[in-house]
Design a protein. Sequence first.
Lengths: 216, 180
Amino acid sequence: MGQKGSKIEVTKTDKAILQIKLSKDELHRYTRRTEILIRRERESLKALLREDPKNGKKNPRARVLLKKIHYQNHLLEQAADQLINLENLVSTVEFKLVEQQFMMGLKQGNEVLTKLNKEFTGAEDLMDSVADQIAYQDEVDQILSSSVVGGFEEELDRELQQLDQEVNGPVHAPANAEPKLPSTEGLPTLPGPEPEPEEPQKETQGSERQREAVLT
Amino acid sequence: MNEKLPPIYNFPPLYTCQPNVLIREQQLSTWCDLILDFAKTNSVWCMSQEGTVVKDSESSGQSIFRNESIQRSVTAPFRDQIWNKMVQSEKAIKSNNGVYFILWRSVDYWSSQILQWFETTGKLNQVMTVYELLEGDETLGWEFHGMHPSLCEESLQRLRDRGRATLLKEQNKIMGVKVV
């Protein structure tokens, strides 16, 4: 298959871990062996005591067996300690490998960052230049707007007034400018509408005005 | 050992090679089933040609081909036939030193079990020794715990062929494995 070509890499650390683990296995095997041995010796000791209940305790063989068991137990404890040590070592190595990955990641991130930052070295000059450009732009704006305000605006105002005069006649016209309304004189007086209750004041004002109109 | 086996185990004609071809076929497959059943219930990985359980390269216990309660046993030539049948139907592998690995599960099943273990325990990309895999406390409760190393090697080879594992050798012996 196509996957065969991609062989999984075996690094030196892998081999080192393998070595540690092999010695760990050896210890593990030893522990098992010793456990079995102790169990057997204990059984034979019990059998010895059972066989000869009276003199069993004084039997030198029994003492030797018990001593042996104790010694084996001692060794077993040591082996267990060493086993734990080796296990810790393996864990530490594996954790270090993770840390190594972490460092690699950090390094790469840093590289990318510096590379990106390098592209920003001209930033200050660029910002200065941009500020200059903006200032210049403002200047230009000011010049342009002031030139408009200076001459042109007044002229415009004048022209507008001239046009106004042309259309609406001389300035003193406003008195006659009110639209002529047909005079109410000579018209028969209308019967005043009954004052409505909602707006009595207004109505009364209105009727007063009407009355005035009638009087004149 | 017969109380754990089906009643057919105490059927005397089973121990004599039947002359009729059809019946003999049936007889052979019954024997295969018996051996597989026995191996599965007792977690037996390896058996000798005589039918005894092999553990740590020492054969021990009684032969499955000998039934004391009915005073019958299978003759050597017929045992060969049974083993041949086992190997043919891929229920057993004959190893170099004359013992048979009983495949009460297929090698593919074992390799996928091992892979599953690696995946569920987060051991991917870490070196594990074969011993650790088979005897360590971390695989307790998994079916492949206690498996014969050679059979395990066979399963790991399958994983390697699938590109999922690298076998680490030490003094020309496969000692470790790294699964990705």
